[in-house]
Design a protein around this ligand. Structure first.
Ligand SMILES: NC(=O)C1=CN([C@@H]2O[C@H](COP(=O)(O)OP(=O)(O)OC[C@H]3O[C@@H](n4cnc5c(N)ncnc54)[C@H](OP(=O)(O)O)[C@@H]3O)[C@@H](O)[C@H]2O)C=CC1
Ligand SMILES: Nc1nc(O)c(N)c(N[C@@H]2O[C@H](COP(=O)(O)O)[C@@H](O)[C@H]2O)n1
Length: 277
């Protein structure tokens, strides 16, 4: 009798992308105007996104989600969804943007570093300017962004708050002493920090990468200010967790720009379009 062991499911070998392929992918999804000097090396400079001045910065929204549309686990627990290949793409995206933004929810849950730190990219002439939307200055003073600033790894983070009584002078002082710059920003009709106003600020530069979390993804998508959405879809299911869109979010219509397999993940790039009512 022939007894054979049950077959072990095998994952297909991942396709390793060369740096040139990665660069080619970026060139194919960003508008031509952003590539005045085609990047030739993996250490392509920010020139990738330095084009003639735009009316407002180019906004790229990027995040990783599970097959059931979750970006974090129960209670906002951070989950590494991207595989090595798609994470390389995320770090290349960080490299080519002038600034990078998260909400205070992500600061509290993830304590992110928000820098491009793939060995092949290092040392970078400059890292993106970290920006945090934090109306009431809830960012922990112990955040890694501050430590990285002191170690000269990344620029001094900018924490944006609502002026006046909401942002206590004490918190402002504590955050500035820990290594952040606190600035005030106008609020919109809903009382949230105004994204329109944000994009007029010089420190945003010519290109902003928005990394999340769910509330920030939702408000940016609803704002009509996003130029490109780069989503990584990982082949996992999370179940209870944080959905990529907050409850009640009004997402725009999307048009597919490109899709590509990165290891075991699929990266889908879309362009928001105005809804025709
Ligand atoms: N998988 C992925 O790619 C990513 C996953 N995540 C996950 O997302 C989760 C965090 O998401 P979430 O809790 O929604 O927090 P966010 O990071 O989206 O921060 C939201 C907070 O930012 C402040 N804020 C100020 N102005 C605005 C504005 N205009 N629009 C939106 N927010 C504004 C508000 O707090 P206040 O009123 O106090 O200012 C708001 O509650 C974490 O679990 C994290 O792990 C995060 C990033 C990427
Ligand atoms: N691209 C991507 N893939 C995942 O699987 C993720 N969990 C995230 N999260 C985002 O990256 C931040 C962490 O960044 P650092 O590694 O600390 O620099 C996290 O806060 C999310 O914004 N992204």
């Amino acid at each position: 009798m022939c007894s054979s062991a049950p077959a072990t499911p095998q994952l297909l070998p991942t396709e390793l992308l060369s740096s040139e392929e990665l660069t080619g992918f970026l060139e194919s999804v960003f508008p031509r105007s952003f590539f005045p000097h085609p990047p030739t090396s993996p250490k392509s400079p920010k020139a990738l996104l330095t084009a003639p001045p735009r009316k407002r910065p180019f906004v790229t929204l990027t995040y990783a989600q599970s097959l059931d549309g979750k970006i974090a686990g129960p209670g906002g627990k951070q989950i590494r969804l991207s595989g090595d290949e798609s994470m390389r793409l995320t770090h290349r995206l960080r490299e080519i943007h002038d600034s990078i933004l998260v909400g205070v929810g992500t600061m509290i849950s993830d304590d992110p570093q928000l820098n491009a730190r793939l060995p092949v990219l290092l040392p970078l002439p400059s890292q993106p300017q970290p920006i945090i939307l934090d109306t009431n200055l809830r960012t922990p003073t112990s955040a890694r962004l501050m430590k990285n600033y002191h170690m000269r790894i990344t620029p001094r983070p900018i924490i944006l708050c609502e002026g006046g009584e909401k942002a206590s002078a004490e918190r402002k002082e504590a955050l500035e002493a820990s290594g952040a710059t606190v600035k005030e920003l106008e609020v919109d009709e809903q009382g949230r920090l105004s994204l329109e106003s944000l994009l007029k600020q010089e420190y945003v530069g010519q290109s902003l990468m928005v990394e999340g979390g769910a509330s920030v993804i939702s408000t940016f998508l609803a704002s009509g200010l996003v130029d490109l959405v780069v989503m990584t879809i990982a082949p996992v299911l999370i179940g209870d967790g944080v959905s990529m869109l907050s409850k009640g979010a009004i997402p725009p219509e999307l048009r597919l720009v490109a899709r590509k397999t990165f290891g075991h993940d699929i990266v889908i790039v879309c362009r928001p379009v105005q809804r025709v009512v």
